[in-house]
Design a protein around this ligand. Structure first.
Ligand SMILES: [Zn+2]
Ligand SMILES: [Zn+2]
Length: 218
């Protein structure tokens, strides 16, 4: 693990300046307070650690793939990202590139990005955000799975914080307008994290910003 400005362990929430070195080299800051906590979720985190740290970023187009958008007379601002969204074959290749759960996450996110952004802007920044979401989501899944097998080892508070970090990233893409909007945006995930569905949650305004955040009661 390498160090930089302090943040919070993605497992237990303790303040730390240690982050996963291989992910850091690939532009993803994921903090772990100790090798123990890094190992705890390794089975899941390893799927997108290091060179795979940006699972949502599409691979470079091959020459064959570039021919098709040329025929479609793309506008000058046409980017690789747009090509991926517009070309079903390239899109299929991209989705095959991210396996299993990441295909589901990518499909869901790319569909909503394409709809929300009306294809009018470069969605590359959102790809990066989606990669960060993938990391946070995997840690959350790892903690939920571990908690079902070893309840004593994983406090519920860790799972709640992981879910809140994920909700923060969802709000970064599409800010919550009110409590109802936040509940709807998170309901699909809450449903799948059944451990949490019986936990009271609230939406509050983050101090210093105008952002609405999704928080569980302690
Ligand atoms: Zn920790
Ligand atoms: Zn890593």
């Amino acid at each position: 693990m390498s160090t930089q400005k302090p943040s919070k362990c993605c497992v237990c929430g303790e303040a730390t300046d240690k982050r996963c070195g291989p992910c850091g080299k690939n532009g993803i800051d994921l903090f772990f307070c100790s090798p123990e906590h890094q190992k705890l979720v390794w089975k899941y985190h390893k799927q997108i650690c290091g060179p795979n740290a940006n699972p949502i970023r599409p691979p470079a187009l091959s020459n064959d793939e570039i021919v098709v958008p040329m025929l479609l007379s793309p506008p000058p601002t046409f980017t690789n990202t747009h090509r991926y969204l517009l070309l079903s074959e390239s899109r299929r290749l991209f989705l095959a590139h991210v396996e299993g759960i990441w295909a589901q996450v990518a499909r869901f996110q790319l569909n909503s990005f394409a709809r929300d952004l009306n294809m009018a802007m470069d969605i590359t920044p959102y790809m990066d955000l989606a990669s960060r979401m993938a990391h946070v989501l995997l840690i959350m899944i790892a903690l939920v799975r571990l908690r079902t097998t070893e309840p004593a080892a994983i406090p519920l508070a860790w799972v709640k914080r992981a879910f809140e970090r994920f909700a923060d990233l969802v709000a970064d893409i599409k800010p919550f307008q009110n409590a109802q909007d936040a509940a709807e945006a998170m309901s699909w995930y809450l449903h799948h994290v059944s451990l949490l569905t019986r936990q009271p949650c609230r939406v509050e305004r983050e101090s210093g910003t105008n952002k609405l955040v999704f928080r569980f009661a302690d």
